[in-house]
Unconditional design. Structure first.
Length: 140
């Protein structure tokens, strides 16, 4: 699939983009970008767009590592920022999550490429200015 590129000019616009992308996303989604790029902000919109929770309910899972939103068709939001070793990541049980077919959104997962499935969506976020973000969506 060719990549799609978006520009947003506020956090609200990034949430709205996440809402509109939500229905098209399946499986494993890597959110890739620097601190403050808008990964968690986009995740808010994705969770809301899936209808499993409100954007306000979504916060950075940096300390909890894995957050689950919804029950029937849950969305998992994982932040690997605080983990250094592959075995710590494996111990989270991500393989079972990947196999479950649920939508799994990950931040900082590009640091563990060997643990990620070959088939995945990569969303790259880049701050163009204080308020502008370039967001590239690519399914590989
Ligand atoms: N266009 C934009 N999209 C997303 N966030 C933006 C945008 N403009 C400003 N921001 C701000 O940038 C920060 C992004 O934070 P966050 O989503 O937690 O980033 P990350 O998870 O990538 O570290 C927030 O403070 C948000 O208000
Ligand atoms: Mg974050």
């Amino acid at each position: 699939m060719p990549s799609r590129t978006f520009r947003t000019n506020s956090a609200d616009e990034t949430v709205a983009l996440g809402r509109s992308l939500a229905r098209d996303l399946t499986g494993v989604v890597l959110l890739i970008g620097n601190l403050g790029a808008g990964k968690t902000t986009l995740a808010k919109g994705i969770v809301e767009g899936r209808g499993v929770d409100s954007a306000d309910a979504v916060s950075s899972p940096t300390f909890t590592l894995i957050q689950q939103y919804g029950e029937g068709e849950p969305v998992f939001h994982i932040d690997l920022y605080r983990l250094d070793e592959a075995r710590q990541v494996e111990a989270l049980g991500i393989d079972d999550l990947f196999r479950s077919g649920a939508l799994v959104i990950l931040e900082w997962a590009e640091r563990f490429p060997e643990l990620m499935p070959a088939r995945r969506t990569e969303i790259r976020l880049r701050a163009v200015s204080e308020e502008e973000r370039e967001i590239v969506v690519e399914t590989v």
